[in-house]
Design a protein around this ligand. Structure first.
Ligand SMILES: CC(C)(COP(=O)(O)OP(=O)(O)OC[C@H]1O[C@@H](n2cnc3c(N)ncnc32)[C@H](O)[C@@H]1OP(=O)(O)O)[C@@H](O)C(=O)NCCC(=O)NCCS
Length: 141
């Protein structure tokens, strides 16, 4: 198993992974051009996990200079339960910490049960009941 930064060439494999993963909502920002712009804006932070040359997991990550933001933490179904998501999460937090970002957020849709259970089980992370997220409605969010 190896973990490495996601490159533009990974886009097709990632979209295929996201499409076959219940709980992942694809957005216009997941299209190739904005995907590449996101990688360029946050170099080395979005990570892929490969096994025998096959992309089996990923996490997208960026920061705004103050907080880190994680999205699309996914491990392909046959490879779950082997610590791959944990390895991706540990690596991305290490990379964010190296940039001085010690606190991060992840937004999880409530009906993504597996993901909710994963994050609730994570030590060092807490669900926030004191914050309501508001998002712009003029564009897809
Ligand atoms: C959530 C997900 C990434 C976990 O991947 P994984 O590789 O199976 O997770 P890991 O094996 O690294 O598990 C790490 C730890 O989390 C725990 N965990 C993993 N999935 C869990 C779940 N569904 N419920 C409770 N705990 C869970 C593991 O038991 C492990 O804890 P341990 O070290 O104490 O044993 C994977 O199930 C997935 O891709 N699900 C769909 C993704 C999704 O809906 N994403 C929406 C994002 S908004």
């Amino acid at each position: 198993m190896s973990i490495r930064p996601i490159a533009p060439a990974d886009h097709a494999a990632l979209v295929a992974l996201w499409r076959r993963t219940p709980g992942i909502r694809l957005r216009p920002e997941d299209a190739f051009t904005p995907f590449c712009a996101y990688l360029a804006r946050n170099p080395g932070l979005s990570l892929a996990c490969d096994i025998e040359g096959q992309l089996v997991g990923c996490v997208m990550a960026g920061h705004d200079g103050r907080r880190g933001y994680l999205q699309h933490l996914v491990v392909d179904e046959p490879w779950r339960g082997r610590g791959l998501a944990q390895a991706l999460l540990d690596e991305v937090l290490t990379r964010l910490a190296a940039l001085g970002i010690d606190k991060s957020h992840v937004f999880v849709v409530r009906d993504a049960q597996q993901s909710m259970d994963f994050w609730r089980a994570q030590g060092g992370w807490a669900a926030r009941d004191d914050i309501q997220v508001f998002s712009t409605t003029v564009v897809e969010s």
